[in-house]
Design a protein around this ligand. Structure first.
Ligand code: ADP
Length: 367
């Protein structure tokens, strides 16, 4: 009888609760025991009351709840080997032999490391008499399955991360509100949205709301020319009779010299050069909150069920999978590959090698 632990880790994302609900219920349906591990990896490191067996009714009503009800945390200890050693011990002591982690690329990198280290961790636990050889019997193979929960949509090997469309909807709704007041006063608004390294939210929100201009880290404008360019675009729109201006700035926006471009920089420019009455709206944590949109409820439910099936399919030979969605179908990718590819894309973007970043992204689902 498999005992499956479910963790939500890293930044919270709408849909995490429905993922937990799906995992708990699919596990029970398939004759397994399900354990919620509270506060991300902190719950694994601390063990005890932070791991709780879940019944079917414990997740009732969780489909429509925002955030994550089992908590999440940044756990420094899990970045250290001693922390992962404690986590391994706590899992074995509680009989948990499979882990489903719902989190962003950081959390899944940690999960992949834990999986790779597992045999060494067990050996050390026995060598230091923390556990007896008979206690580790049956735990030689750790199954880890990744679910991608992140509002940024910044993970390779999936078209959409759980939470990204909820966040995008919230941003669009907020920009609609801003549009109304901008139009009334004929003002300009610079809207800052989340995404430290990934401009998906900013770009999609720009398209969905018809913004005048969008700044994303993947396509930095010329360090010396971006001011002229945005001014000419905005004034052309104004000349055509547009009464409002909306510029979306991704948190991680940079220019071609890698200098950050902030909402304040853009506002100052619009005021000084075009004389526009300009305000800044930083959407902040409003983008994370609230209940998940239907799409996120759907993918988290289907992927949660798929994750439990992947646990049951797993053998010592099969690599730990990450569950993604590609062209409307659920896909399993080796977690190690997805993590490596995500890193390569981030490195290419940091090195301003955008052609490489694009070709890596194009290649992620290549046969
Ligand atoms: P996200 O999962 O949203 O990207 P973080 O990057 O903060 O968020 O990662 C969440 C947690 O995952 C961290 O607090 C840490 O416990 C764990 N983690 C992240 N990166 C690593 C790593 N390289 N090694 C081990 N654990 C990690």
């Amino acid at each position: 009888r498999k005992k499956i632990g479910i963790i939500t880790s890293g930044g919270d994302a709408p849909g995490m609760n429905s993922a937990v609900r799906a995992v708990v219920r699919a596990a029970i349906h398939k004759g397994c025991d399900a354990f919620a591990i509270y506060e991300g990896y902190e719950g694994l490191v601390q063990g005890g009351h932070m791991m709780k067996q879940m019944k079917w009714e414990d997740v009732r009503g969780w489909l429509s709840e925002g955030g994550t009800l089992i908590g999440t945390a940044r756990c420094a200890a899990f970045r250290e080997r001693w922390g992962r050693l404690k986590a391994a011990k706590n899992m074995i002591v509680n009989g948990i032999d499979a882990l489903i982690v719902c989190g962003g690329d950081g959390s899944l990198t940690g999960a992949d490391l834990f999986r790779a280290e597992w045999p060494d961790l067990l050996k050390e636990l026995v060598d230091t008499n923390e556990l007896t050889p008979s206690q580790i019997e049956g735990y030689e193979h750790l199954t880890i399955v990744g679910l991608v929960g992140s509002i940024d949509n910044d993970m390779s090997s999936t078209d959409a991360t759980i939470g990204a469309y909820s966040s995008l909807s919230r941003i669009c709704q907020s920009v609609d509100f801003i549009d109304a007041t901008a139009y009334s006063h004929s003002r300009a608004f610079v809207v800052e949205v989340m995404g430290r390294h990934c401009g998906w939210l900013a770009l999609m929100a720009g398209i969905a709301t018809g913004a005048d201009y969008v700044f994303i880290p993947e396509q930095p404008p010329s360090a010396t020319g971006w001011g002229d360019e945005i001014c000419s675009v905005v004034s052309a729109h104004r000349k055509k009779g547009k009464r409002k201006t909306v510029v979306i700035v991704c948190e991680g926006a940079i220019d071609s010299d890698l200098n950050p471009i902030s909402a304040v920089d853009v506002k100052d420019l619009l005021v000084d050069r075009l004389g526009l009455d300009t305000r800044i709206t930083t959407l902040g944590h409003v983008q994370r909150g609230g209940s998940a949109v239907a799409f996120d409820r759907l993918i988290s439910t289907l992927q949660g069920y798929e994750a439990v099936e992947a646990v049951l399919d797993s053998t010592p030979e099969t690599p730990s999978p990450m569950i993604g969605i590609h062209e409307n179908k659920l896909v399993r990718t080796p977690l190690v590959d997805a993590v490596a590819l995500t890193k390569q894309v981030a490195t290419a973007i940091k090195a301003r090698d955008f052609n490489r970043a694009m070709s890596l992204r194009d290649a992620e689902f290549a046969e």
